[in-house]
Design a protein around this ligand. Sequence first.
Ligand code: ATP
Ligand code: ZN
Ligand code: MG
Length: 302
Amino acid sequence: MTANVSFLDQLFNQGILYDSGVDGIYGRSADFEDVISRFEDLALSLGKDEISEAMVFPPGMPMTDFETSGYMKNFPQLAGTVHAFCGSDHDHMGLIQCMAAGEDWTENQKKTDLALTPAACYPLYPILAKRGPLPESGAYVALQSYCFRHEPSKEPTRMQMFRQREYVRVGTEEQTTAFRETWKQRGQEMMDLLELPHHVEVANDPFFGRAGRMLGSSQREQELKFELVIPVNEGASPTACMSFNYHMDNFGKAWNIQQADGSPAHTACVGFGLERLALALFRHHGFDVKAWPAGVRKSLWG
Ligand code: ATP
Ligand code: ZN
Ligand code: MG
């Protein structure tokens, strides 16, 4: 790879991603999407005997559920909310004049009942809660969603809109912690199959502000989050391509999800960053998918 052209520019030049002019918002090529679908099939095949349900969510979620998630308390800097024009004819004329004059035209954009989904598993919890107490076996859900995070960056691995594929386990402490251990193992096996250099390390979420630093260190101490990291960007630390999270009974309490015995459910999720995993594959195996190592091609395309 040419040293003086950034990885992002190489991706544009090779037609893998399409530049929109805004950092973190890219079009994806057919090859890029094919790699993602193949990776998803691989991930799904590993959990097929365990899942109780599979779901795909749109990129927005109900504002009330977004509020319940506590996201604005922990990560206000990353959140996106949907606003829409709610004015009169008169307001509309004002809007058009402001736009024509290059002035701020957003005065009558008002809050809607939607937020952009920040994490793929959030829309699941209220759905489970509404069903009442879980069966003894709990829930084991495969899901996918587009997610939004306001973190524009020149690193192609840090997008503003990207997809997470997740497995989510909801039930007892034992069920959820065993699930997380299993997937930590499986995640590493998948990366071996795909011949990607990787390791797993303890991690913390990017909690906002000074109080957030304390939340982050307590999350690390309790080993609530692990990440599988892969070197992708030149001269930067390796990139988190999967995460393995245990939320204890925090979400069970927040959304009132009950175990069979009525106590708050524990939850854990494993998240695959689909764009990041595709980028790791392009980084390590080259831009031509047909020239990828035979073992990698077999694991993805059979
Ligand atoms: P990072 O540490 O890089 O900020 P994160 O810890 O915030 O990532 P999670 O909240 O655990 O990430 O999200 C689950 C997965 O989603 C991550 O492991 C990663 O693969 C992917 N992901 C997170 N943020 C982005 C992003 N901005 N662009 C692309 N993929 C992302
Ligand atoms: Zn999750
Ligand atoms: Mg992280």
